[in-house]
Design a protein around this ligand. Structure first.
Ligand SMILES: Nc1ncnc2c1ncn2[C@@H]1O[C@H](COP(=O)(O)OP(=O)(O)OP(=O)(O)O)[C@@H](O)[C@H]1O
Ligand SMILES: [Mg+2]
Length: 384
């Protein structure tokens, strides 16, 4: 998001010093402070409050900081009185400057505020793209997200980038009121409070930004998608994307992704598509960020694992066994398979999530392990 300084006050000297930082600077009167305290108000990167003409410390400031903790607040005062410094500290003010203001002090304070934001840790973004419709991409994406969310205290988000007719919500048994379309249409408003109103939280702690339930005519450019991905990567430890393979805009906006996972099965048309898609994605995002997974694996299938790897030109890093009854049952119940670790398929999803995110996976009982190893030994492909 663009770095913006909002200035409460109108001293031309202060405004000039702030504009010299090269950042966008907007000035508003003190009366607008009350409206900024609302949780749904988007806040700038930096808020500068000129209190030199004010007798009272604005009580709204503490509320603003609590609602928008990421916004850096700089207070400009006539002198550093202890009472005022105490109030500023209680309100969570980040920087304090007193008269006379020097260019160097203002520059340094703004640099510290903007710098501390830039340094905030980025979370991982895992993008899942199916080589063909119906291969099982959403099933993999939902279950990886569920495993990551369940595995610890890390915040996890699933975004159904199918702007229309996405079905990730069904897999989670939730009914989102808002969708990815709302987020893309309002990227300039994105902040924690606004985004929090768009997502729906599942019972086990995974947030979902769902697909639109209605057909939408507006198409969004890649820059909006990038802004959304940039925002979520700072707001969540893990973000899982269910990417429609036919959406060129979404496919072009994945620079921020930690991994792009191509999902295939053992069908001829899928494998052929996968080969073409892998070449395109490799060229666009580099081989290192790309991985290939095989789902609904069938040992008796005519096209074997080696054939898939040879055709696509990559190793299959993980594979997920075929279990149609379980997959269907999970969808009907709105409870991801990965939440109940006793099945083979759940274990494969949990292991994959673990390898992707380094999250703690649940330890299986010895009995479960030996059962799984027996089958896995025959089914699991070699690791990349
Ligand atoms: N490992 C599996 N074993 C058996 N069936 C599976 C497995 N994974 C998914 N399925 C089934 O395959 C069907 C398609 O799954 P899913 O919706 O995940 O695919 P998709 O690639 O996202 O499809 P679309 O292109 O429509 O978005 C569903 O009926 C699902 O239950
Ligand atoms: Mg899908």
């Amino acid at each position: 998001m663009a770095t913006v300084i909002k200035v409460i006050g109108s001293d031309p000297h202060l405004l000039r010093l702030l504009r010299e930082t090269g950042l966008t600077c907007v000035s508003t009167p003190l009366e607008s402070l009350a409206s900024l305290a609302r949780a749904d108000m988007p806040l700038p990167t930096v808020l500068v409050l000129d209190l030199r003409d004010q007798k009272e410390f604005p009580s709204e400031l503490g509320v603003i900081k609590r609602q928008h903790p990421a916004t850096g607040v700089l207070l400009v005062v006539s002198s550093l009185e202890p009472r005022l410094m105490l109030e500023a500290m209680r309100a969570g003010v980040n920087e304090l400057l007193a008269d006379p203001l020097s260019d160097a002090d203002v520059q340094a304070a703004i640099k510290r505020l903007v710098g501390s934001q830039a340094a905030t840790v980025r979370g991982d973004v895992f993008a899942f793209v199916g080589a063909k419709g119906g291969v099982g991409t959403t099933t993999v994406a939902v279950n990886v997200a569920a495993a990551l969310a369940k595995s610890g205290a890390e915040s996890t988000l699933l975004i159904d980038l199918n702007t229309v007719c996405g079905d990730a919500a069904v897999f989670l048994g939730v009914e989102p009121r808002f969708s990815v379309v709302d987020a893309l249409a309002n990227v300039q408003r994105l902040d924690a409070a606004y985004f929090g109103g768009l997502v729906v939280r599942s019972k086990f702690g995974l947030d979902l930004l769902g697909a639109s339930g209605r057909p939408v005519s507006s198409s969004f450019d890649a820059s909006r998608m990038r802004t959304l991905l940039e925002f979520v990567s700072h707001a969540y430890r893990y973000t899982v994307l269910d990417v429609p393979r036919s959406d060129a805009t979404a496919l072009d906006a994945l620079e921020g992704a930690t991994k792009i996972v191509l999902v295939v099965n053992q069908e001829l048309a899928t494998v052929r598509n996968a080969s073409r898609m892998a070449a395109t994605l490799r060229e666009r995002y580099s081989q290192a960020r790309l991985s290939l997974v095989l789902t609904r694996t069938d040992r008796r299938a005519e096209i074997g694992l080696d054939d898939v790897e040879r055709t696509v030109g990559m190793d299959v890093s993980h594979s997920f066994p075929s279990d149609y009854r379980l997959a269907l049952q999970a969808m009907n119940k709105g409870r991801p398979i990965a939440l109940d670790p006793q099945t083979e398929l759940a274990h494969a999803f949990i292991t994959f999530a673990h390898d992707l995110g380094g999250a703690k996976i649940e330890k299986r009982s010895k009995q479960e392990k030996s059962r799984a190893d027996g089958l896995l030994g025959r089914l699991a492909p070699r690791k990349a």
